[in-house]
Design a protein around this ligand. Structure first.
Ligand code: 1HE
Length: 268
């Protein structure tokens, strides 16, 4: 039986409940290649502030049409002719949304296809798992547009691929795709089929873990990485104290003890 509450309705995001309390969140502005305007970001903030409360066990993040996301809505930005202060506040809302994602404790699997560029890559990098297919390509076109990243790429993209590669991507407009993108760390999975199907499969697998365990995986690891090694070791012990003694884990531990649980084996 599902524990999930009714999902909110949005203008820019389409939410679909699946089995196992998995939700597919689709950026639903394909005619604008899912460019992120103010409304899109506000809806992401709202949804990712409430995933735990709604009982969502895992999220598949997808884009409608042939492209995942074209990044910042450049037309909205151009028309608004924003002041530095206004755009700083726009970026703070992006950070609010993406931090809610990365630190929210609910696994987010991004199903990437076509363009994953600029702010689209910043959005994808706030997911915990990224899946690509043959159509997916990554870029940071900010350098060519006369602007700069403002949605966390300096933190998350450089964390994924290293500072030097990120500088090269934005300075040169360099595009990465395919196995090279996986090897560099832009994605963990590449599929010959559809990235959406693979992401759904992975979300269902993640949803089988206990929610508190997933909370630690999809929140604590990021927090611990922001700390000094001494503080991280201390905080890790505290998190493990809570997670590893949860009553819900006892049945799983017992299954291992009585040899009914699956063993870890090498891939075939
Ligand atoms: C847009 C946007 C957008 C498309 N803002 N409207 N991002 C970029 O620099 C990427 C800009 N976009 C592209 O390079 C291409 O559009 C795509 C490779 C993503 C797709 O190409 P294509 O040939 O399929 O589509 P198109 O014909 O370029 O665009 C279709 C429509 O989407 C068109 O609108 P229309 O009303 O003329 O039909 C485009 O204007 C619209 N569109 N991309 C607004 N980005 C917090 S800081 C973050 C900084 C950044 O993200 S910078 C990176 C911005």
């Amino acid at each position: 039986m599902s524990d999930m509450k009714p999902l909110p309705e949005y203008e820019r995001l389409k939410l679909e409940a699946q089995d196992n309390d998995v939700v597919i969140l689709t950026l639903n502005r394909p005619d604008k290649r899912n460019a992120l305007d103010v409304q899109s970001i506000e809806e992401l903030v709202d949804f990712f502030s409430n995933t735990s409360k709604l009982g969502v066990k895992a999220v598949v993040l997808a884009g409608a049409g042939n492209h995942f996301c074209a990044g910042l809505d450049l037309i909205e930005h151009w028309k608004a002719d924003r002041s530095p202060d206004e755009f700083m506040h726009v970026c703070m809302r992006w950070h609010e949304a993406f931090n809610k994602m990365e630190y929210g404790g609910v696994p987010i699997i991004a199903a990437l296809k076509g363009a994953v560029v600029g702010g689209g890559l910043e959005l994808a990098s706030a997911a915990h798992i990224r899946v690509i297919d043959e159509t997916t390509y990554f870029a940071l076109p900010e350098g060519q547009r006369g602007i700069f990243t403002g949605g966390g790429a300096t933190i998350r993209v450089s964390d994924m691929i290293g500072k030097s590669r990120m500088i090269d991507m934005i300075l040169m407009g360099r595009v990465y795709q395919g196995q090279e993108a996986v090897d560099l760390g832009l994605a963990q999975y590449m599929t010959e089929g559809s990235s959406l199907d693979k992401a759904i499969e992975l979300a269902n697998r993640a949803a089988q873990n206990l929610p508190l365990t997933n909370f630690a995986i999809c929140s604590a690891i990021s927090h611990l990485n922001n700390m000094s090694a001494m503080d991280a070791a201390y905080a890790e012990a505290v998190v493990a104290g809570v997670v590893n003694t949860q009553p819900e884990a006892r049945a799983r531990l017992e299954a291992f003890a009585n040899k009914s649980a699956a063993r870890v084996r090498p891939n075939e």
